[in-house]
Design a protein around this ligand. Structure first.
Ligand code: ATP
Ligand code: MG
Length: 566
């Protein structure tokens, strides 16, 4: 596995600050999600970055609910966020905060700006304001309320807080620069009226700070030293700088990095919320979603997500990361850690004619060839087995090394069998049973006379098999960049949903899996990595396919390496 060896540009800046004693050599970072949805793998990039940097520099990382917008925020999301950050392997200790805890302090800062003549209450309706603000190429026009006396603004602002005015009647604006080419600097809104109950502060407030005002204050109040955020906040940085400088309070260093975009999925919370609310997926933890809850349910180990974050690194270049790289990181981890087992997803009956009806025996199967300490387990064997329907062909195509009339294959860990015949459903023509004879000298699976047997197939003893449901997931969208495509082509994003993103199959697993714990992860030989669903139990075993075994990323890398060598 490749690891980021060189320090990324953020770590270089932080290291230099520590060396020079900026912020007294301290490092305090934070992860500030808005609790209006579940966390996704893009958030994992930010979480991993912030918490790892804090750890590497003996600092700390805060978990802060950026709950300044009361309308879309819910306690369910707050609990989910905590669960997911913990699951990823990070601990905020006692540093769990709510931005709404600072509302009183923010309000006082706003009054201070008014008193200093740096903010004013503006009564222009939003549409009119848009015209006043203008376009970047030309200076905007000043609001007629811009130069009202501070005492008048202060009075109005206090009455805004007291609930005297309806939603939208007026706002508090910073008095910055109406001719700045950066529109965010043209007297941005600091406070708006919103008669809405807040999940954390209840009915206490009917005015709420805007993101631009609140965010820099939250960081300042908490003594954040390095405020790491995604590139779209770069244009807001001058606003933050201005506010903190006017107030003369602690001024964190903001550093922007590119957000993670992943192919064949969407990462915006607005779109994810739509998929969930419109029932296009089964809730926030649907294994097809890029949410951390979905990835967990799918069987993705948190270690694989952290390794993936190390692989992609941190830069300032916007890009679309191939989901095959994430799958590669998942396989790489599971290959080393997931115990092997045998399961048959699409069963076909196989009868061994020369194996006595009443007999049965067990063979020892290797639990993990990558980890000898994982040992072996007994798997039962008898006259009737299930094999994968795909592993038998009446007329085998070229290079098909599996079972066919007259052909010999190895039953993994058990013995060699030669196909003697098959039954078909007279109506559908479907093969219903395959008949074989086994070579009693091949017990354990090795050819007694050293003869070549190319194919090895997996199986489950019919007498001992446990029924199981397999959920086979594929990409949620049919195109790599569904959000962009929908925008460009003026279509709805749901038109790009993959109708085959979930296939349900009913088959069997070996008996050792009858007690598979919810969320336990397995490699089903020759089929892929699977995870027992949280709803799986003794009465109904359900396995979610995490990934198949085919690593398209490794193949791509090998191809590239080969083309470099020639
Ligand atoms: P959305 O734009 O979908 O609403 P958001 O960025 O508003 O997402 P927040 O809850 O505000 O979501 O995000 C919390 C933190 O996670 C922010 O600091 C943000 O920069 C970071 N973040 C969000 N999405 C990504 C991403 N795709 N890659 C990296 N960091 C991200
Ligand atoms: Mg945000």
């Amino acid at each position: 596995m490749q690891r980021a060896k060189a320090k990324d540009f953020i770590r270089q800046i932080v290291a230099e600050d520590v060396r020079r004693g900026v912020f007294g050599g301290r490092v305090v970072t934070r992860f500030p999600p808005e609790p209006n949805g579940y966390l996704h793998i893009g958030h994992a990039k930010a979480i991993h970055l912030n918490f790892s940097i804090a750890r590497e520099f003996d600092g700390r990382c805060h978990l802060r609910m950026d709950d300044t917008n009361p309308v879309t925020e819910e306690p369910e999301f707050i609990e989910a966020i905590k669960r997911d950050v913990k699951w990823l392997g990070y601990d905020w200790g006692k540093h769990f905060y709510h931005a709404s805890d600072y509302f009183e302090q923010m309000y006082r800062f706003a009054e201070e700006l008014i008193t200093k003549g740096k903010a004013y209450v503006c009564e222009l309706p939003p549409e009119v304001w848009k015209e006043y603000r203008g376009v970047p190429e030309k200076p905007g026009r000043e609001s007629p309320f811009r130069n009202r006396p501070p005492a008048e603004s202060l009075d109005l602002f206090r009455r805004m807080r007291a609930g005297e005015f309806p939603d939208g009647a007026m706002v508090l604006r910073a008095k910055i620069d109406m001719s700045s080419p950066n529109l965010h600097m043209r007297d941005p809104v600091l406070y708006r009226i919103l008669h809405a109950e807040h999940p954390h502060t209840g009915k206490k407030w009917c005015i709420y700070p805007t993101y631009d005002f609140a965010h820099c204050l939250e960081d300042s109040i908490e003594g954040i030293t390095h405020s790491l955020c995604t590139l779209e906040f770069e244009v807001h940085r001058p606003v933050y700088d201005w506010i903190l400088d006017q107030l003369g309070i602690h001024h964190p260093k903001q550093i922007e990095f590119a957000r993670l975009n992943l192919s064949y999925t969407v990462m915006s919370k607005r779109l994810l919320t739509r998929l969930v609310n419109e029932g296009k997926v089964n809730g926030w933890d649907d294994p097809r979603l890029p949410t951390l809850a979905g990835l967990r349910r799918r069987g993705v180990p948190p270690e694989a997500i952290r390794n993936f974050c190390d692989m992609i690194g941190v830069t300032r270049v916007d890009s679309l990361t191939d989901v095959a790289l994430l799958e590669h990181a998942i396989r790489d981890y599971l290959n080393r850690h997931a115990p092997r087992a045998m399961a048959v997803i699409n069963p076909l009956r196989l009868v061994i004619e020369n194996y006595p009806e009443k007999d049965e025996e067990t063979f020892q199967a290797v639990n993990n060839p990558e980890d000898p300490s994982a040992g072996t387990r007994p798997v039962p064997f008898c006259r009737e087995l299930f094999i994968e329907r795909d592993d038998f062909r009446i007329e085998p195509p070229p290079k098909y090394h599996r079972l066919a009339p007259g052909r010999e294959v190895r039953l993994r860990y058990a013995c060699l069998v030669t196909c003697t015949g098959f039954d078909r459903d007279p109506e559908t023509g479907e093969v219903t049973t395959v008949y074989c004879r086994y070579d009693p000298r091949s017990r354990g699976g090795s050819a007694p006379d050293g003869r070549k047997v190319k194919g090895t197939i997996h199986w489950v003893s019919a007498r001992h098999a446990v029924p199981a449901v397999f959920k086979l997931y594929d990409r949620l969208f049919t195109v790599a960049d569904p959000a962009d495509r929908a925008k460009e082509e003026g279509r709805d994003i749901t038109e790009f949903l993959n109708p085959h993103s979930l296939r349900v199959a009913r088959g069997f697993v070996e008996p050792s899996l009858s007690s598979a714990a919810p969320l336990s992860r397995w490699q089903f030989e020759r089929l892929g990595y699977f995870c027992a669903d949280p709803d799986s139990g003794p009465r109904a075993l359900i396995f979610n396919r995490t990934v198949t075994l085919r690593d398209s990323w490794s193949r791509l890398e090998k191809k590239l390496a080969a083309s470099r060598d020639t």
